[in-house]
Design a binder for this molecule. Structure first.
Ligand SMILES: NC(=O)c1ccc[n+]([C@@H]2O[C@H](COP(=O)([O-])OP(=O)(O)OC[C@H]3O[C@@H](n4cnc5c(N)ncnc54)[C@H](OP(=O)(O)O)[C@@H]3O)[C@@H](O)[C@H]2O)c1
Length: 418
C-alpha cells in the first residue's frame, strides 16, 4: 500500500466532505488502488469551529504548502488571491495540486497550468465544473480521440433549480431564490449564479479543454435569468418548450461560439428533462456522436467525490487498477421482478386457461395477458406481463406447462428504474 499525505487548504463544505468521504471509503480505496490516503493537516480561518477530531488544523498556510510531509495540496478554500499564491508556492515546492476552484481557473488557470508543466507536477480540477459529474476526465481522456463539435451544458444547479420551481410550482423568481437558499443550493448573494457568471467561469474551463483554445471570461456572451418572469415560463410551456439556463460552446466555421443564457428547449430535447439542482453536459463529437453526463453538480459529497478522483488519479499516475476477489451475490439475487413472457402455443381449446392457471398456482399474479394467433394457422403466442415474482417460481410454472407449448418460451425481466 502506497501512503499519500494530503494537505487541505480549507475544510468547509467540500474539505469537510472530503475528510468524511476518505474516512468512509478508506478501505475501499486501499483495496481498489493500493493507496492509503492520510489527511495530514488542514488550513482553516477559525480553529474553534467544531470539526472531525482526527485531523490536525492550522491557520498557517506554510505548514501545508511548504511542508515536507505533504505530497498533494488540495485547494478547497475558494477565492482568487490567496488561493492563487498558495497553489503557486505548492507547485514551486514540488507538490501536486487538486483544486475545486473554477473562479481561479477561469481567471489564472493558464498561468498555473504552465507552472505545473515546468515543475513536472499535476493540477487536478475535476471538482471545478459540475462537481460529481466526471466531465473533466471525460473530455481529457474518454473523448481525447474525438473532434468535438459542440458542448451544451446545464452547469449551474441554482439557476436550474430556480427555473424548475418557476415552471412547475408557479413561483416567482424571488420565491424560488429564497427556496434555493433554504435548501443550501444558493449563496446569500445569488448574483454570481443568477447573472450567469458562475456558468461562464465553468464554460471557460470546459471549452479550453474541449476545443484546445485559450478562452477568457470576456470572450463569452453572458446573460442571466434575473429578467425572466412567470409569464415566460408559462408561455414556453404552452408552446411545448421549457426554459433552461444553458452554457454553449460550439464550433462555427472554425471559430468558437461561446454563450451563456436562458434558452427555450423543446420538451423532448435531452436537456429539457434535467430538473432542479441537477447538472448535465451534452457533447457532440465526431466519433461518439451525442453523449450526455447528468448528475449532482454541487454539494459536499458529490464535490468530494470529484476531488477524491483527482487525488487518486494524481497519486496513481498510471499504476494498474487492483482487482479484489469477487464476492458474488446469491444466485438469483436480482432475479425477483416483473416479467414479460411469450408462450408459443398450439391453439387447442383450454390452452390459455391452462397456462394462466399454472402461473397462478405458483402465486404469480398477472398484470396483462393477450393471445395473438398467427396468420393462416391456429398456432400463436400468448403474451403475459407479471407482477413482481421470483424467477424460481416462474421457472416452475414454465416447467409445468411444457405440454401446452410448441417451442421454448421467451422470459424477459422488466428493468425497473428503482
Ligand atoms: N460547495 C460546493 O458545492 C462546491 C462545488 C464545486 C466547487 N466548489 C468550490 O470549492 C471551493 C470551496 O467551497 P466550499 O463550499 O467548501 O467553501 P466553504 O464552505 O466556505 O469553505 C471554505 C474553507 O476554506 C477556509 N478558508 C477560506 N478562506 C481562508 C483563508 N483566507 N485562510 C484560511 N482558511 C480559509 C474556511 O475556513 P473556516 O472553516 O475557518 O471558515 C473553510 O474551511 C470553492 O472554490 C468553491 O467554488 C464548491
Amino acid at each position: 500500500v502506497g501512503r499519500v499525505h494530503l494537505g487541505l487548504l480549507g475544510s468547509g463544505v467540500v474539505g469537510g466532505g472530503l475528510i468524511d468521504l476518505i474516512a468512509k471509503n478508506q478501505a475501499l480505496i486501499g483495496e481498489r488502488c493500493g493507496l492509503e490516503l492520510i489527511v495530514q493537516r488542514a488550513l482553516v480561518r477559525d480553529l474553534n469551529r467544531p470539526r472531525p477530531m482526527h485531523v490536525e488544523y492550522t491557520t498557517d498556510a506554510a505548514k501545508i504548502i511548504n511542508a515536507s510531509d505533504i505530497d498533494i495540496v488540495v485547494e478547497v478554500m475558494g477565492g482568487t488571491t490567496q488561493a492563487y499564491e498558495y497553489i503557486k508556492t505548492a507547485l514551486q515546492n514540488g507538490k501536486h495540486v487538486v483544486t475545486a476552484n473554477k473562479a481561479l481557473l477561469a481567471q489564472r488557470g493558464n498561468e498555473l497550468f504552465h507552472l505545473a508543466t515546468q515543475q513536472d507536477r499535476c493540477i487536478g480540477y475535476e471538482a471545478s465544473v459540475c462537481a460529481g459529474l466526471p466531465v473533466i476526465g471525460t473530455l481529457r481522456q474518454g473523448l481525447v480521440g474525438n473532434d468535438i463539435e459542440s458542448l451544451y451544458g446545464i452547469v449551474n444547479g441554482t439557476n436550474n433549480y430556480i427555473l424548475t420551481q418557476m415552471a412547475e410550482q408557479g413561483t416567482t423568481l424571488e420565491q424560488a431564490i429564497q427556496e434555493a437558499q433554504k435548501l443550501g443550493f444558493c449563496e446569500a448573494d445569488p448574483s454570481m449564479d443568477i447573472d450567469g457568471i458562475d456558468a461562464a467561469q465553468k464554460l471557460v474551463v470546459l471549452s479550453e479543454l474541449a476545443f484546445g483554445m485559450h478562452v477568457q471570461l470576456q470572450d463569452i456572451t453572458i446573460e442571466g435569468i434575473r429578467h425572466l418572469e412567470q409569464a415566460d415560463l408559462k408561455q414556453a410551456a404552452s408552446l411545448g418548450y421549457v426554459i433552461k439556463h444553458i452554457a454553449i460552446a460550439r464550433k462555427v466555421d472554425g471559430r468558437l461560439d461561446l454563450r451563456v443564457g436562458p434558452m427555450l428547449l423543446h420538451k423532448r430535447h435531452p436537456l429539457a428533462s434535467v430538473r432542479n439542482e441537477f447538472n448535465a453536459i451534452l457533447v457532440k463529437a465526431d466519433a461518439v456522436g451525442e453523449m450526455i453526463l447528468q448528475g449532482k453538480g454541487a454539494g459536499a459529497m458529490p464535490t468530494a467525490s470529484a476531488v477524491l478522483s483527482d487525488i487518486v488519479d494524481v497519486a496513481l499516475r498510471d499504476a494498474p487498477v487492483h482487482l479484489r476477489k469477487l464476492v458474488k451475490a446469491e444466485h438469483g439475487a436480482s432475479a425477483e421482478g416483473r416479467y414479460y413472457l411469450r408462450f408459443p402455443i398450439v391453439d387447442e381449446p383450454g390452452v390459455i386457461g391452462e397456462i394462466t392457471t399454472k402461473i397462478g398456482r405458483e402465486g404469480i399474479s398477472i398484470y396483462d395477458a393477450r393471445a395473438v394467433l398467427e396468420d393462416e394457422s391456429t398456432d400463436g403466442n400468448v403474451m403475459i406481463l407479471t407482477h413482481k415474482c421470483s424467477l424460481v417460481a416462474l421457472n416452475r410454472a414454465v416447467q409445468a406447462m411444457q405440454d401446452q407449448l410448441r417451442k421454448a418460451p421467451v422470459v424477459l425481466q422488466i428493468l425497473e428504474r428503482k
